[in-house]
Design a protein around this ligand. Sequence first.
Ligand code: ARG
Length: 397
Amino acid sequence: MIVEDDVKKILIAYSGGLDTSCMLHWLKKKYKAELYAYCADLSGMSLAEKNKIIRKGLATGAKKVIVEDMRDEFMRNYVFPALKADAVYDGEYFMATAIGRPLIASRLAHYARKYGIKTVAHGCTGKGNDQVRFETGLYSLVKDVEMLAPLRFWEFRTREEEVAYAKKNNIPVSAGSKKYSLDENIWGVAIECGRLEDPSLPPPADAWQWTGGKLKKRETKITLSFRKGVPVAVNGRVMKPVAIAEKLNALGSAHKIGRADIIESRIVGIKSRELYESPAAKIISAAHFDLERMVLDRETLHYKEKLAKDFSLLVYNGRWFSPLREALSAFVDVTQKNVTGSVTMVLRPWSFEIISRVSPYSIYSRSLATYAVGDKFDRSLAEGFIKLSCMDIAKRG
Ligand code: ARG
């Protein structure tokens, strides 16, 4: 429970958008507290964009605005664990947003401790998943912190009311009404609301944020190399995680790869219609799984597929910092010991095809698999093997 008079300082998860800008102003008025605004850059802002957010936050009433580039940490400690686990929600969603929230929560926890702040606010609505992820994330990292979600109880019901409040209070808002609600980071973009709310209609062309440009028709052949389950090089060139994601997002977007249009089952019990674009996630995940099929023994591979489902549910549900997620990640890391090698694929308009793979840890044996000369497989073992293994269901007598 928040006791209004006790709130001296508030840390805000801030983006500089309409919701969090109004929230900043509104909180200052209501609680008369010192406000600290925190913004994690997970998609790569220019210096000008960064400065704009800082200026805007200060002008709206923050005492301090922190913007930090967290892309490298995001890729290494959030995206890669999910990639290694082959975590995908409901078959299509690579969970860019869901993976980003715990990182933001951990930075909020850090700054709450640093500045001795006991109240942390976010700008999520009462209907979405992100409120669950921010709050669960923070509560699992720090004691003695209360989270505040003004959008669940303030007086504004619509965007128009927020715009009116912003105008009245000289809060800078970007011109033009927004058609969709977006959440974007280096692992993908999520698009919802507006005309997408009728799932019987196809998405308008302007809904696609990354893949809506000119279609690249000529094929692109790429080789992606992995070391212990994470991508380390493209076409033989060693690159940092952020650079790999950016390169594959650019290439994949040009080929319009990585779109999804799904009805999603939210944590709070409702269905929503969402679009996703995640070209790099789609390409890297497919290559990763392809390599796993070659280097993992059958049992581990299949066990891991079951685990992927549980892992993705934990992540989707905001339970990143739970003992179970950490234990599953530890298991996954053991399985990735030999997921080293290269996968070659051809990117085409709208899709791609994996055409070859090599690994020093491959357990594919050509001499066992071949139907040609050099076959080392002992065929005589098959008869007894089958009779024994089906004894329990074979007709007797
Ligand atoms: N439905 C997705 C999730 O819960 C994406 C939410 C992104 N937010 C947005 N404003 N579009 O992970």
